[in-house]
Design a protein around this ligand. Structure first.
Ligand code: 2AL
Length: 233
């Protein structure tokens, strides 16, 4: 029991808990209580400090998210493309860790994007590939983008739809100075074509925030996919 008490005492000192644990003759009850407090506090400080993302998935933390909290390199490797070809955004929100929830991380990314001037927002949009464009045909899209475009049915467009999409994409880019961006994961090809034609008519001041909202939706779906794949590990 003395060993148990000493262990509890050193653990208490390790975890910086200041209880009256210095007394050499802790009772059995004191020792048990101390141990419980120590283990409980160690568990909580670990859970609070370690993870980049802490999801309530039956009390389990996604393993890759757990270790991704440790250094920026790991974090970037996992989350670097949640905003297409904009790892700078991921690197910037790294400082805001730990994230209590996935929604918290999404909110920090959205906050960062919203804080950019219009030229920065347009820059983010310019990092996005055309929908059903040359990169999809040549297999040079990012893995995330390819998956989204294929699932939306953009690889198997009818020739007439493909021609229409190409023409509208070009006109849109000429009008706004960046490619048409929409969350392909939430729209099928008919909805994409319809929205492209509708949004083309918008004034530039109205279109920029709409396009940026789509970037945030794409980001949320990508984050969810990453975390879901972690939970399966
Ligand atoms: C994309 C893309 O690559 N994935 C997605 O959801 N939307 N591109 C785009 N121009 O909208």
């Amino acid at each position: 029991m003395l060993q148990f008490a000493l262990l509890a005492k050193s653990l208490l000192q390790l975890s910086s808990i200041r209880l009256h644990a210095n007394h050499p003759s802790l009772s059995c009850f004191d020792a048990a209580l101390c141990s419980w407090i120590v283990l409980h506090s160690l568990h909580h400080s670990y859970v609070r400090k370690a993870p980049a993302v802490c999801l309530a998935s039956g009390g389990r933390l996604p393993p890759r998210c757990l270790w991704s909290g440790r250094c920026p390199g790991d974090f970037l490797e996992i989350f670097g493309n949640v905003v297409e070809k904009c790892p700078l955004i991921t690197a910037a929100v790294w400082s805001a860790r730990p994230f209590a929830t996935l929604a918290d991380m999404e909110a920090r990314i959205a906050e960062f994007i919203d804080s950019l001037p219009a030229a920065g927002k347009a820059g983010i949009l310019r990092c996005h590939p055309d929908l059903a464009g040359r990169d999809l045909q040549s297999g040079t899209l990012t893995a995330e983008s390819e998956q989204e475009q294929v699932v939306a049915g953009l690889r198997s467009l009818e020739p007439a739809d493909a021609t229409r999409l190409r023409r509208l994409n070009l006109q849109y880019k000429e009008r706004f100075g960046y490619p048409f961006v929409i969350c392909a994961g939430l729209n099928d090809r008919a909805a994409i074509l319809r929205q492209l034609a509708e949004r083309f008519a918008n004034e530039p001041q109205r279109e920029l925030p709409l396009a940026i909202e789509e970037v945030k939706k794409i980001c949320c779906l990508r984050l969810r996919r990453i975390v879901a794949s972690d939970i399966k590990l």
